[in-house]
Design a protein around this ligand. Structure first.
Ligand code: SF4
Length: 249
C-alpha cells in the first residue's frame, strides 16, 4: 500500500488505542462462540493437543486425539511404549517423528521437574522441550491464566490489516497487542481474530462489505471506506491489498 494512502487510511480510522475497545466489542458480538477448537478434558490433553496442532488443522488433531487420549492418560503412558508406537499413533498429524520426540521429552520433564503436572506459567511451560511461546500462551490462556497474546498466522494478518501493528515477527506483534488490548481480553482476543479471519477477513478475498470492523479498519475495501479515504485511485491502488496467508495454527 503506498505510504500516502496508508497514512490517509490510518488517519481516517483513528488511533489504535481509540479503536481497540470497539474492535473487541464488535468482534464479540459477531462471533459469540469464538473459542479454541481443539478437544481436551485435562491439562495434559490440552498440552498434547496444542503440541500436535503445529502445521495441521484442529479438525485433524481432534480426529487423532480421540483415540490417542483413550490410550495415553498420564505422562508415564507416553514413555511406556516404544517411540515408533507413539509415532504411529500421531502419524496423521504430520511431522510425526518430531512431534513424538517433543511429546516424550516433555513427558519426561513433567515427571522430573513438575511432579507430572502441567505448569501454568508461561516461563515454566517454555522449559518443556518442543514447547515454544505460542504453545505456552495457548495452554496458559486455556487454563484461565493468559500471560500473553497468542499470535498465529490469522492473528498476525488481521492485526496488520487493522493497523494494530506494523511488525511481522510474532513476538513483536504480541508486544504491540499487549500494549493496547485490555488484559482481561488477552485470552479471548486471538480467538476473535482467528474466527474473523476464517469467516470474514479471509486472506485472499476479505469480505469488507460484510465486515463489522469496516469503518475501524485502514485496509477496508468497502466502498464507503475507500471513497472516504481517497476515491477511485485509492480504491484501485488498494485492490491488490491486503494479502496474506490462510494457514491455520
Ligand atoms: S474491513 Fe476488510 S480488511 Fe478490514 S478486517 Fe474487515 S474484512 Fe478484513
Amino acid at each position: 500500500m503506498p505510504p500516502s494512502y496508508l497514512h490517509e487510511a490510518r488517519r481516517r480510522v483513528g488511533s489504535r488505542r481509540a479503536r481497540i475497545g470497539p474492535i473487541v466489542e464488535r468482534l464479540k458480538a459477531a462471533h459469540p462462540g469464538a473459542a479454541i477448537a481443539l478437544r481436551f478434558r485435562s491439562d495434559l490433553e490440552l498440552l498434547v493437543a496444542v503440541m500436535l496442532s503445529a502445521q495441521t488443522t484442529d479438525v485433524n488433531v481432534n480426529r487423532v486425539t480421540e483415540r490417542l487420549f483413550a490410550k495415553y492418560r498420564r505422562p508415564e503412558d507416553y514413555l511406556a511404549v516404544p517411540a515408533d508406537e507413539l509415532e504411529r499413533d500421531v502419524y496423521a498429524t504430520g511431522f510425526f517423528r518430531q512431534k513424538t520426540r517433543g511429546i516424550r521429552a516433555t513427558m519426561q520433564t513433567l515427571l522430573e521437574e513438575f511432579d507430572g503436572r502441567v505448569p501454568r506459567r508461561v516461563d515454566e511451560l517454555v522449559r518443556l522441550p518442543g514447547v515454544g511461546r505460542k504453545t505456552a500462551n495457548v495452554v496458559a490462556a486455556e487454563l484461565g491464566e493468559p500471560q500473553g497474546i497468542v499470535v498465529d498466522t490469522h492473528v498476525r494478518r488481521l492485526s496488520q490489516r487493522l493497523g494494530l501493528t506494523r511488525h511481522d515477527a510474532p513476538d513483536q506483534v504480541e508486544r504491540d497487542l499487549m500494549r493496547i488490548v485490555p488484559r482481561s481480553e488477552w485470552g479471548l482476543f486471538p480467538h476473535l481474530l482467528i474466527w474473523h479471519g476464517r469467516r470474514v477477513c479471509v486472506a485472499r478475498a476479505p469480505r469488507c462489505d460484510e465486515c463489522v470492523l469496516s469503518e475501524l479498519c485502514p485496509a477496508s475495501r468497502a466502498a464507503g471506506a475507500t471513497s472516504r479515504a481517497g476515491g477511485t485511485s485509492a480504491r484501485r491502488r488498494s485492490s491488490s491489498r491486503p494479502r496474506g496467508s490462510s494457514r491455520s495454527r
